[in-house]
Structures are given as structure tokens and as C-alpha cells.
Design a protein around this ligand. Structure first.
Ligand SMILES: C[S@@+](CC[C@H](N)C(=O)[O-])C[C@H]1O[C@@H](n2cnc3c(N)ncnc32)[C@H](O)[C@@H]1O
Length: 314
């Protein structure tokens, strides 16, 4: 993993986030520095050893204290590391050394986004048609690949009880922050998706099987009381998506931080064991069907430029 810097004024916010990041396998070091008027706090997350991170966080804190917030865009930091920076308008994600790129921020209150929710619904949104057909309001749906949370929100708005998973820490952090802000917004009078601690449903299933979950997972299992979802929705990053010009323009940062997900077959096999009714896999319309020995696509729902492959589970 590339190094991730998380930068916030309030140490309590950073400390509250850490237990939710625990299922991911990483080390972190924590530092504090004084800006012009107030103190700032920095967590550095990586899979390097703790001593090296501690040294690095001290070095970086000194540099930022001397040069201010702009230091992140200087040669003192490794290019391509990721930064999550919190301001009054929420968390923003950027890749260091790419000052010309606008940081990625999530804001569900944006007009276009709210319009899409209002215009959508069970019949108009193809993801809702694929995932929610035959499902009653309040039934449990796992969105295994929350990403920027757009489809989790569509499904929750259409009446499902949605539990979302995301395994990339930077993406998880901006989504968590956007959902927190949405939870106090008057625009979303429905039960919002519940974002699990960082990780995948495979971690969740392991926790069930081993009966020895870590703290974060036991919290999740307690909430679910061992419940299995009716449907698992799976929308991984496929390598071929990178070629689209539109994706390059809108999602460049997102793709840079995540890359392609290369475990789709293993994941599909795991999801099919957990879902009660079906697993729905989103694919570009011209892409091959994901195939796993013994697991066959049952039918598909057309979504225009994409399609939703449905695998019925016994
Ligand atoms: C294409 S994006 C999903 C976009 C999402 N449907 C939305 O509406 O914004 C794929 C996301 O799934 C995450 N992901 C892929 N495989 C995963 C897995 N097995 N468990 C958890 N997250 C996963 C990736 O990190 C990435 O953020």
C-alpha cells in the first residue's frame, strides 16, 4: 500500500476512526504539529514497521510546521502517497505531487445527486431493479463494494436495509465522512447505509467461522446478530474500465488510489455462499461474464452501458 496521511485539527476525531480501521492490516504512527494558529494532527498509515513510520511522521510534522499545509505539495513528501485532509467542508482525498488535480470530495447533498435519488427508485434505477426484485422493504442487502457510496444510497433510498463494505482505507475515510454529514442532513429522511469497519465480507465470514473476531468485527456481528443478507451487490474495479476516456476524466484519482480489483472470482465464490437469494455483479455491457466452476449466471438486467449479472444462490 502507498503511504496514507490523514490530517485533522481534532485528535479525538482521528482516535475515534482508528478502531474502525483495525481489520485492515497496517501500522500507523501518530504525530502533532503546530500550524500558524492552532495545532494539527497527522496519522501516517502504511504497512511499513512502526519505527520507520514514527520517524517519518516526526520528519513530516516538522516540515509542515515550518512550511504550512502547502508542504504536502512539495518534494519533501513521496509523490503518489495519498492524503486525506479534513476541512469544514469535509474530507478530501488527493494524491501527493498532483497539485493540478482537484481533490476528491464526496457530498451527497449536491443537487445533481439528490435529483438522481428523487427521480430514481425501484423501477427506474437498473441497479435497484437487479438487486431489489423480489425483496421486501427492510430486507438486508450487503453492498460488498461501497466505493463512493452512490449505489448504496440508491438502494437505501429505495427501501432496503443496506450494509456497505469498503476495503481501501482512503476511500473508506471519505465515504465515512460523507455519510456522517448526510446523517444530519434534512435531504435524506431514510435509513442511510451502514458502513462497516474497513474490510470485505470475506473478513466478516471468517469472523463468523472462527468465532474469534477482532473488536471491530465483533461490533459488526453484534449489530447483525449473525444475519445473512438476502442479496449481495458486487461492483469491483475491472481493469478494462481504465480505458474509457470518461472514466479517466471523472475518476482518475479514484482509479489511481485503488487500481484494479484482481480477486473477483474468489470473491464471487465467497459471496455466493453467504447470500440467501442472489449475488448481483455489475459489469461493463460488453465484458465477459465472471465465471467460477460450479457457479453460473442465472440471468442479467440491462443497465445501458453496464449490465447486472445475477447469480441465484441455493
Ligand atoms: C467500482 S467501485 C464501486 C462503486 C460503487 N458501486 C459506487 O456506487 O460508488 C469498487 C470499490 O469496491 C472496493 N472493493 C473491491 N473489492 C472489494 C471487496 N472484496 N471488499 C470490499 N471492497 C471492495 C474497491 O476498493 C472500490 O472502492
Amino acid at each position: 500500500m502507498k503511504k496514507l496521511f490523514v490530517h485533522h485539527k481534532d485528535p479525538l476525531v482521528l482516535e475515534a476512526l482508528l478502531p474502525q480501521l483495525m481489520p485492515a492490516n497496517f501500522s500507523y504512527a501518530y504525530g502533532r504539529y503546530l500550524g500558524d494558529y492552532e495545532s494539527y494532527h497527522l496519522i501516517l498509515i502504511d504497512d511499513e514497521c512502526y519505527q520507520e513510520l514514527t520517524y517519518e511522521v516526526k520528519r513530516c510534522s516538522k516540515i509542515i510546521a515550518k512550511h504550512g499545509r502547502e508542504a504536502f505539495d512539495s518534494e519533501y513528501f513521496d509523490l503518489e502517497d495519498t492524503l486525506i485532509d479534513y476541512s469544514s467542508s469535509g474530507a478530501a482525498m488527493s494524491v501527493l505531487g498532483q497539485g493540478q488535480m482537484k481533490p476528491l470530495r464526496l457530498d451527497f447533498e449536491q443537487f445533481a445527486y439528490r435529483q438522481r435519488l428523487l427521480r430514481g427508485g425501484r423501477q427506474k434505477e437498473s441497479v435497484a431493479r437487479a438487486v431489489l426484485s423480489g425483496i421486501s422493504d427492510g430486507d438486508l442487502i450487503f453492498d460488498a463494494t461501497a466505493g463512493l457510496g452512490r449505489e448504496s444510497m440508491i438502494l437505501a433510498h429505495a427501501g432496503a436495509r443496506v450494509i456497505s463494505f469498503e476495503r481501501q482505507i482512503p476511500i473508506w475515510l471519505i465515504l465515512y465522512d460523507a455519510l456522517e454529514r448526510a446523517s444530519s442532513s434534512r435531504f435524506f429522511p431514510f435509513t442511510l447505509p451502514q458502513l462497516c469497519p474497513v474490510g470485505t465480507i470475506a473478513n466478516y465470514q471468517q469472523a463468523l467461522d472462527n468465532n474469534s473476531p477482532s473488536r471491530a468485527w465483533s461490533y459488526l456481528l453484534g449489530k447483525l446478530q449473525g444475519a445473512r443478507p438476502e442479496v449481495i451487490y458486487y461492483d469491483p474495479m475491472f481493469p478494462e474500465r481504465e480505458k474509457s476516456a470518461q472514466v479517466k476524466k471523472d475518476m482518475f484519482l479514484f482509479q489511481q488510489v485503488i487500481g484494479a480489483d484482481l480477486d473477483t472470482q474468489e470473491f464471487l465464490a465467497c459471496a455466493c455462499q453467504l447470500a440467501l437469494q442472489r449475488v448481483v455483479v455489475k459489469r461493463p455491457s460488453n465484458a465477459e461474464v465472471v465465471s467460477v466452476p460450479g457457479i453460473e449466471r442465472s440471468y442479467c438486467v440491462d443497465g445501458g452501458q453496464c449490465r447486472f449479472d445475477c447469480y441465484q444462490c441455493s
